[in-house]
Write a new protein. Sequence first.
Length: 421
Amino acid sequence: MDQKLFTEWRTLYSSSWGHSNVIRIRIRMRDLIEADSMQYAVEQTMRRYPYFCVELKKDGEYYLAQNKRPVVITHSLSGVKLNTAASNYHLVSFSYLDNWIILDISHAITDGTGAYELIRTFLYYYVSERYGVKLAQEGIRLVGDVITEEEWKDPTFQVTLPPVSAEQQMPKALDPEKAAGLKEEPRPTVYSIVIPESEFMRFNIENDGSPATMVSLFLSRAIHRLFPDNPDVIRIAMAVNLRPVLKAPLAHQNLVGGAFLEYKEKMWTWPFKRQATAYRGMTFVQTMEEKVLAGMANQIGITQMILSKQSDQERIAIAKMIDEMTENLITATVSYVGKANYREAEKYIRDFRQWTYSTGGSILMEISAVNGKFTLDFIQPFTNPLFVNAFLKELDENGITYDLQDVRNLEIPDVKLPWRE
């Protein structure tokens, strides 16, 4: 079934060389990957997700066409460039090496929530086949399910939205890179920090926090500690899943909004718990239905602005302008899909990473909760550990046990797009 584009437009036009909007999920399993089990699991998984078996085509306007070619599996950690012959023109691919499994999928066609569903299905088939075990099926999308319109359809076509309102002017946000006198490097760096889930959840409960708001607060405090006299506001963009408000829990599209958490001057001297409560309050207010729908209306307005232009270059210019405006409003981004809940397959997982490029090239913190561990992938456009060290100091001072597991270059495959030949 061909799919009309809408929510995909901004992400597609925001892509640029060296900054592909691709989600990469890296999973280190307990044992070496078995090729036949990998092949079986990918084949079964993609049968269950026909709306991800697509290629970008143009017939007057771009659309996602059904792609019946096999989804590519490579024996490597680098993967393949998406939407090319190497990927069979798919916007998704798999790869593996040693005990690592990697999923690469275009952020234009889904978000972390959608990717988690796909991985949940994949792990069910892989673990079942690899280890010859019978896993519980509850809560996992499997071949043979009836795939309803709720999974296929873009819910933004159907929801009644309020009129687009004039947004309040927000002051410029502190730019960590400029504040520290650093320069963006050709390839971002990822610092992967692991925290025991039980310990971090206990800390959250005791201090009126949640994983995303608490990490946002730690990051805000760390940046303020480094630049206490910087006049620009420290503003964290916290990703928000739009599905609950859109009443579309099964939708597969990229449905992410945001809440802005500001570390206001009056908060600097407050006790830690009061600061955490304030961040929870900001989140609560900004995730109320009317606020989320208003934000959704603004996102749709941006898409309509892009589509009002006829040429790709004009549309790229609009997307670039919006991205630059966003960059000026964000100090860093924190994203947490929620507890992965990969069911019985989790005990076969050693490590889990979720990578993508940050909005506007700022600092991005991707939070994953898998197999009793929180993994914080601290992604930044430079190597200097200044901000990471300040963040870890916040963890230390609050008695939170952590393990800095590794430091790597951010390696994410590109996507070939018609206007980037």
